[in-house]
Design a protein around this ligand. Structure first.
Ligand SMILES: [Zn+2]
Length: 429
């Protein structure tokens, strides 16, 4: 908050052209069999657009890319694109000049496949193909960040077709595969502090995942309508040099104290709107010294939970807190408080916190607190969000909420959280 750090463990990537510059790996990665996945994906994306393009182009027929698909390596660098140098870069891109798609088959794509699974490779290729679609629609005269999110949205629209079982390249993805894909998008975000108007800006992860989920849920027509005037962009630059220097993180102890106070004040003010009662201040105790809770409603294993029977919040300030702070950033700690206070609110209004729907309401309510932090008057602010905080929230949800733990997937939890962030309490209950 009030200045954010670049998150270790997530390895923010900067993006060149349309693509992706991965964090340096240890030594060269030997080429792997990724080209099969890439060309199968691209063929399937082409199948998708053959069917869908006429629906967003006023009936015009789809023309597949004429310049082909081109893997490259250090020893066999990419073709020249519009007079730009053909130097090797760990990247993937669409070249409008030659109407072709090229990718680094030596490092980037094998790394993404290994770390996040083949579906992310398909999504990256669908994103690149999205730029070819933009060229065909003739709508490329827009801010880079709009074009990039539109390409993310087109990739999501293709993914919905995969989910519907129509893909020739992929089986219907599991919730785990979806979460891995979202984790990959998180890694491909801009560096925190990038202004959305910057040349080459693709968006923070919060916005890119929104665009991607928009495509999944609402289809290519919604994506085709993206323009600067209707796209809510949360990516902002650091406001002061000091904030940039701190990376946007408060000192840990300050973050914990201010977040707890801020959550208490927020719920005191807001709770009467969603329940017919006042908010009673809730005790926050250190997990190491917490009384026995009996039937524990654990949020993050045993290190952070809301105890409904005795109505207190327990949080491990010695281990879990510092781990999240160091690995992700201060707003990951914010997400723990956001979740626990929202869980208490949900329980106090007599609703489930353990069903899938209940968990998603908790996530939405946690988002409503973030919404308040973003929109309240400046003088009311104990804390203010910094560039990168929303991405830390997404990273935290991926860390707590990955599919396979029995509850809803992180994909769904991020969607619910974002709804609260963008629209406030009213949409949650
Ligand atoms: Zn792009």
């Amino acid at each position: 908050m009030r200045a954010l750090r670049v998150v270790a463990g997530i390895m923010a990537l900067s993006l060149a052209g349309c693509g992706l510059v991965p964090a340096p790996s240890e030594g060269p990665t030997p080429p792997k069999k990724s080209s099969g996945v890439v060309t199968k994906s691209l063929d399937d994306v082409e199948r998708y657009w053959r069917e869908q393009y006429p629906k967003i182009s006023g009936g015009q027929k789809f023309q597949p890319v004429t310049g082909g698909f081109h893997p490259y390596t250090e020893s066999s660098p990419p073709l020249e694109c519009g007079g730009q140098s053909a130097d090797y870069q760990p990247n993937a891109f669409y070249c409008p000049d030659g109407d072709y798609i090229a990718w680094d088959a030596q490092n980037l794509i094998p790394q993404l496949q290994e770390q996040f699974g083949p579906l992310l490779v398909g999504v990256v290729m669908a994103h690149e193909y999205g730029h070819a679609i933009q060229a065909r629609l003739g709508n490329t005269d827009q801010q880079t960040v709009v074009l990039e999110q539109q390409a993310d949205c087109f990739a999501g629209a293709w993914l919905a077709d995969v989910q519907a079982g129509r893909s020739t390249a992929f089986e219907k993805p599991t919730a785990e595969q979806l979460d891995d894909t979202v984790a990959g998008i998180l890694m491909l975000r801009d560096q925190p502090g990038t202004p959305a108007v910057a040349e080459g800006a693709h968006g923070n992860a919060f916005d890119r995942i929104r665009a991607f989920q928009d495509g999944v849920q609402q289809g290519p027509r919604k994506c085709a309508g993206y323009e600067a005037g209707n796209l809510q962009v949360t990516e902002v630059p650091f406001s002061t040099r000091q904030e940039a220097a701190s990376g946007g993180d408060l000192p840990y102890a300050d973050a914990v104290n201010l977040l707890a106070q801020d959550a208490q004040a927020y719920w005191t003010r807001t709770f009467p709107d969603i329940a017919d009662q006042q908010w009673q201040p809730i005790r926050v105790v250190d997990a190491g010294q917490a009384p026995d809770c009996g039937d524990q409603d654990a949020a993050v294993e045993d290190q952070a939970y809301y105890c409904p029977g005795q109505d207190f919040i327990a949080f491990d300030t010695e281990r879990l807190g510092p781990q999240l702070y160091d690995r992700i950033g201060d707003y990951a700690v914010g997400m723990v408080f956001g979740d626990l206070f929202a869980r208490a609110a949900q329980d106090r209004r007599g609703e489930s916190t353990t069903s899938t729907a209940g968990q998603l309401t908790v996530d939405c309510l946690a988002g409503s607190w973030t919404n308040d932090q973003l929109t309240r008057d400046q003088e009311d602010q104990r804390i203010r969000l910094s560039p990168g905080d929303l991405d830390e929230a997404v990273a935290a949800l991926l860390a707590f909420g990955k599919a396979g733990t029995g509850g809803p997937s992180a994909f769904d939890r991020i969607f619910a959280y974002r709804k609260g962030v963008l629209e406030g309490t009213g949409v949650c209950v």
